[in-house]
Design a protein around this ligand. Structure first.
Ligand code: ADP
Ligand code: F6P
Length: 331
């Protein structure tokens, strides 16, 4: 393979830049021509393409966001949009495409390969860690670090005011950011979509802690918690605060939403290494003529797997982390 492209798509995540860096540098080292496609599938449709050099990925390994830009693009789901995307690929002679994004982005890649014969390799870039086939996705470790660092800051003021704080974190329908960060910062309680939301249980924790002289609590709530069978993203912190106040009207409590901070700031060393390993692996796959593969990591080893097989997998809930976070939080 002589010419490849790389794009980032969907929600950005730390580690995407490390993957772009490694894709570009390792492809150049193989003598390939590399094009960067800007703003994901939107840029592919609109022809936003630039030739990548070693210099163009200088100094980006650590940076959050993505230097290629990203977008969500409904047009890519239409046959017309897909034809325009393929026309751009043909114009630049791009035979293979590295797509860095989540499962939605992989669906777009699948269309390009199935209907138009483009060779595609997916690298999992999303802070949500919601892809079953891989232990970790790019950005998850960094997002958890942002949550933990911010909760550490919050503790200073919450503890001296004997105050409880409900902290809402991202993750869509996946509770991994919430429960891994709850474990790492010793949160007093955690609510995740995979478990039934029970405000009475939170009140029990707060009452019990008060009975042993502890009046400040951090409660981490995933944005996707379900109550009444509905998903109610974006308002969980307020909702949980109100549910608790209805039961404990005099409680000193606040809510906060960490929001897009979780996708910002430098990538952790883990995400940098993962991005680099995955970028190199993706280029190796293309060089071997492989297509429809996604890159993952399991037991610290990077691998590639058939895209559809990988996407059909159902995520195993990590009981161990959830149980540890809850049991160690007890006073
Ligand atoms: P993520 O990749 O993080 O899961 P999205 O679900 O928003 O994010 O998907 C990113 C983009 O991938 C979409 O905006 C769209 O351009 C493309 N995409 C998603 N699903 C499909 C599909 N079924 N067919 C073609 N393109 C798709
Ligand atoms: O998928 C990554 C993610 O950050 C989710 O955790 C969150 O629900 C969503 O993207 C936010 O999307 P946007 O950046 O479009 O507001």
């Amino acid at each position: 393979m002589k010419t490849i492209g790389v794009l980032t798509s969907g929600g950005d995540s730390q580690g995407m830049n490390a993957a772009v860096y490694a894709t570009v540098r390792s492809a150049l080292a193989r003598g390939m021509t590399v094009y960067g496609i800007h703003h994901g599938y939107k840029g592919l449709i609109d022809g936003e393409v630039s030739r990548m050099s070693a210099k163009s990925v200088e100094g980006i390994i650590h940076r959050g966001g993505t230097v290629l830009g990203t977008a969500r693009c409904l047009e890519m789901k239409t046959p017309e949009g897909q034809r325009k995307a393929v026309a751009t690929l043909r114009k630049y002679g791009i035979e293979g495409l590295v797509v860095i994004g989540g499962d939605g982005s992989f669906q777009g890649a699948k269309v390009l390969s199935t209907l138009y014969g483009i060779k595609v390799i997916g690298i999992p870039g999303t802070i949500d860690n919601d892809l079953a086939y891989t232990d970790y996705t790019l950005g998850f470790d960094s997002a958890v670090a942002v949550v933990v660092n911010n909760v550490n800051l919050l503790r200073d003021t919450m503890s001296c005011n004997d105050r409880t704080c409900v902290v809402e974190v991202m993750g869509r329908d996946c509770g991994d950011i919430a429960m891994f960060s709850a474990l790492a910062c010793g949160a007093e309680a955690v609510c995740i979509p995979e478990k039934e939301y029970d405000p009475d249980a939170l009140v029990d924790v707060i009452k019990h802690n008060a009975s042993v002289g502890k009046y400040d609590n951090i409660i981490i709530v995933a944005e996707g918690i379900r109550s009444d069978g509905t998903l109610d993203k974006g308002h969980e912190a307020d909702k949980v605060v109100n549910d608790i106040l209805r039961r404990l009207p005099d409680l000193n409590i606040r809510g906060m939403v960490l929001g897009h901070l979780q996708r910002s700031g430098d990538a952790t060393v883990y995400d940098r290494r993962l991005g680099i390993d995955m970028g190199v692996h993706a280029v190796n796959c293309l060089a071997e003529g492989k297509t429809d593969r996604v890159i993952g990591i399991r037991n610290d080893a990077v691998f590639d797997e058939d895209m559809l097989t990988a996407l059909a997998k159902k995520k195993q809930f990590n009981d161990r982390v959830y149980d540890l976070a809850n049991s160690l939080a007890k006073y």
